[in-house]
Design a protein around this ligand. Structure first.
Ligand code: NDP
Ligand code: BG6
Length: 483
């Protein structure tokens, strides 16, 4: 299979925080890959901006090191790297001061797309937005890319939206949720809306329940101080998992168009019921496997922040009334595995005697690793003997379909940055969407703060706290195995 690469328009992309961790690990290596793929053409430029006094050459050296570290060896090409580095520049700017802005303005070219990536602490977003405008660096067609976290509650998200809106129109603001850039997440929309097969069954009448799992093996060691102020609810559920839930639950948009898609997602968020505390399980990983536990990693022995959360969520609308969505995510779990599993109901009547062999149909959409889909269906057990039933997967791994090209699938950041240049906001969150997500999240967090409930400890390398199993068991259901 040959995938098509369509070059994007010529651009000047300024990365504020161009020397930081996110830029070094994701943004700059990702842009290199798009350059090699021919999507970023050689007349485009990338300008790093941060407080450090660096020459262009020193910045290029830093980016060369990032490519060395974060792009696999077989994807590195010395000639291409040299060519890519020649497209890089650097300007020293303090977001809070007036120096450097005029130099940046003089570097910007007319007639090309201007994009500004805010890869800095959110406290600086307002300063940068203000100065981009007051120094005339950003024109009315410019785009700004804003990283997460977008606020820590409804009030701060509203304040941030209001600040950005003073300087930029909503159509210029690209709020990143990198989960929306993942290949399989977009496939979710293709599977639902480009096939007639699933949509008639995609409702409470036929779907028993939905499980959304984002399991990670990593700990929070090294970022514990940041993480402890956030926790799994703010770090993963309010944004990434909410987006997955929306794509599963939303009505078909009239067109694959930014506002049509985002209008439908917003309706889902607004239809979410408040979650009672008995439908929430929070956990903290314990020490094990030669590593410290959460309390050591977050450097706060009294912390009640969760590194794991499971919750049962109801979408109160005609389509989903009666179908619970079970969400769980955590650090230091058994495996890195993210998937969405849609479990269908029993057929209304069985004509077979082999009730024991019967299992529900499950559509499993695997986000990572091994992106792909599996549809679990019942067949007759092969061979002589009676009509015995067995369940088998109809397996569609994307790596299998794409062959060697699977390696060239852009990662989430690459895809999203290219969408910014194309001016396509479909995979970015709109301001009202983010606010609605916080409006649902805030009372949940306030609820457990009010009870003072502590998270339950769970073993590192396990599937999470015992109580999370009970959350499903008491409904007569089971979590899928994390593997
Ligand atoms: P880092 O602390 O690693 O980098 C911060 C960058 O901002 C540095 O380049 C720093 O350079 C620059 N900077 C700091 N203060 C100023 C200032 N006053 N004016 C101009 N530049 C400044 O942060 P990360 O790269 O980890 O994170 C950046 C953003 O991305 C944050 O919002 C974070 O929440 C978000 N994010 C990060 C992820 C990650 O994996 N790292 C994942 C998801 C989101 P200097 O000190 O020289 O000014
Ligand atoms: C980030 C969270 O947004 O997403 C991290 O802050 C988390 O805590 C990460 O580890 C997970 O992303 P991915 O792409 O590795 O699943």
């Amino acid at each position: 299979m040959v995938s098509r690469v369509i070059p994007v328009d010529v651009f000047d992309l300024v990365i504020f925080g161009g020397t930081g961790d996110l830029a070094r690990r994701k943004i700059l290596p990702g842009l290199y890959r798009r350059f090699v793929a021919g999507q970023m053409t050689s007349d485009s430029r990338i300008i790093g901006a941060a407080r450090g006094e660096l020459s262009d050459d020193a910045f290029r050296k830093l980016v060369a090191e990032s490519i060395d570290e974060f792009v696999p060896k077989d994807r590195r090409d010395e000639a291409m790297i040299t060519e890519f580095l020649s497209r890089l520049h650097y300007v020293a700017i303090d977001a809070k001061g007036e120096g450097g802005w005029d130099a940046l303005k003089n570097m910007m070219r007319d007639g090309v797309v201007r994009a500004f990536y805010f890869s800095v602490a959110p406290a600086l977003f307002g300063d940068i937005a203000l100065r981009l405008k007051s120094h005339g660096v950003a024109d009315d067609a410019a785009r700004i890319v804003v990283e997460k976290p977008f606020g820590r509650d409804l009030a701060t998200a509203k304040a941030l939206n209001a600040t950005l809106a003073q300087h930029f129109h909503e159509t210029q603001i690209y709020r990143i949720d990198h989960y929306l850039g993942k290949e399989t997440v977009q496939n979710l929309m293709a599977v639902r809306f480009a096939n007639i097969l699933f949509e008639p069954l995609w409702k409470a009448e036929y779907v028993d329940h939905v499980q959304i799992t984002v399991a990670e093996t990593v700990s929070v060691d090294g970022r514990g101080a940041y993480y402890d102020k956030s926790g799994a609810m703010r770090d993963m559920v309010q944004n990434h998992m909410m987006q997955l839930l929306c794509l599963i639950a939303m009505e078909p948009p009239y067109h694959f168009d930014p506002d049509a898609v985002r209008d439908e997602k917003l309706k889902v968020i607004r239809a979410l019921d408040p979650v009672p505390q008995q439908d929430i399980v929070r956990g903290q990983y314990l020490a094990g496997g030669g590593q410290g536990g959460y309390l050591e990693h977050c450097e706060n022995p009294a912390s009640t922040t969760e590194s794991y959360i499971a919750l049962k969520v109801h979408v109160s609308n005609w389509r989903w009334k009666g179908t619970p969505f079970y969400l769980r995510t955590g650090k230091r779990l058994r495996a890195r595995a993210s998937e969405i599993a849609i479990t269908f109901r029993e057929p209304p009547h069985s004509i077979f005697d082999d009730a024991k062999g019967w299992r529900e149909n499950v559509l499993v959409i695997r986000l990572q690793p091994d992106e792909g889909m599996n549809l679990m269906v019942m067949i007759k057990e092969p061979g002589p003997g009676g009509m015995r039933l067995m369940q088998v997967p109809l397996d569609m791994s994307f790596a299998g379909v794409l062959g060697d090209e699977a390696e060239d699938i852009p990662d989430a950041y690459e895809r999203l940055i290219m969408d910014v240049i194309r001016g396509n906001q479909t995979l970015f969150m709109r301001g009202d969407e983010v606010e609605a997500a916080w409006a649902w999240t805030d009372p949940i967090i306030e609820g457990w703060n009010a009870t003072g409930a502590k998270p339950q400890g769970y073993d590192a390398g396990s599937s999470g706290p015992e109580d999370a199993l009970m959350l499903m068991h008491r409904d007569g259901r089971r979590w899928r195995e994390i593997r």
